[in-house]
Design a protein around this ligand. Sequence first.
Ligand code: CUA
Length: 337
Amino acid sequence: MRSRSRHSWVGSAGALLFVLGASACGDTAPSTLHPEGPGAHRIAGLWWFMFWVSALVVAVVTALILIGVLPGRRRRATHDRATPRWAGRLVVLGGVVVPVVVLAVLWALTLSDMSALSLPRRSIALKVQVVGHQWWWEIRYPQQGIITANDIHIPVGLPVEVELTTDDVIHSFWVPQLTGKTDLISGRTNRMWIQADRAGVYRGQCAEYCGLQHANMIFYVVADPPDRFREWMTREGQGAATPTETGALRGQEVFLSSACVGCHTIRGTDARGKVGPDLTHIGSRISIGAGTFSNTPSNLAIWITDSQSVKPGNLMPPIPLSPADLEAVVAYLEGLK
Ligand code: CUA
């Protein structure tokens, strides 16, 4: 009884810290306690049920301990050592029957939620393939021939199937506000589904340690209203537009004659590298370096010049360019909307 109460206290203190920590992070931090999709709603519902059951168990055990250590009762116990008849029954009830019932109920609810999370209630509206790389996410829309990176656009309110594979080590795909995490495992394809009930941007994170830059393996699920999603899909399906502005045009020339083309593809040009992210529409993406920075011209310039200083260990080498060429390449890439 004593050791059980200690564990319950540790559990409740942990839960309290978690709740305080989650609420202190503010609206932008992804939290499973702010669900925005049917999968995350089920997980949050189960979490709160477990929390209140645990809180009740802690309260009851604490009350029993307090009753047991009250000075008046201890004095009486030293005078009368006979164990009352109900004491044995209390141990069996509180130590065996109640825990078995509580754990069986939680197990059954967990199984029911796991089953619900494995398949959506409605038919799949869209298929997206996600390939994990150290340390970025390749995003493919096989039916539309779209390849992008780190931003996953989906139509709001509809279930989207996500097919997960990895190019190297194990990663884990997790958008806390939409659903639970699923691993990307070498040699196999895992499937899961996501759905956002409200239009918005939901931050996702690799949730399996995968090397030096595991923490900087971030992605964004962008849930668009139907017409904006169709617009995005049409634009994304096209190749890169040839720049009209002189600086950007010069940037395209520099890009296509540099080492960049060995690793990156820009559809509609001779850049056909497959090592790094497809840059066809990089100007419209939220971040650079899989969530390392926001996508601004100055951050992109730092990234091109020396990405190792800001995301050590990534595969991109420093690209030595004159200040004028750098400015032109940045103008070209940021113009690829
Ligand atoms: Cu990929 Cu951690």
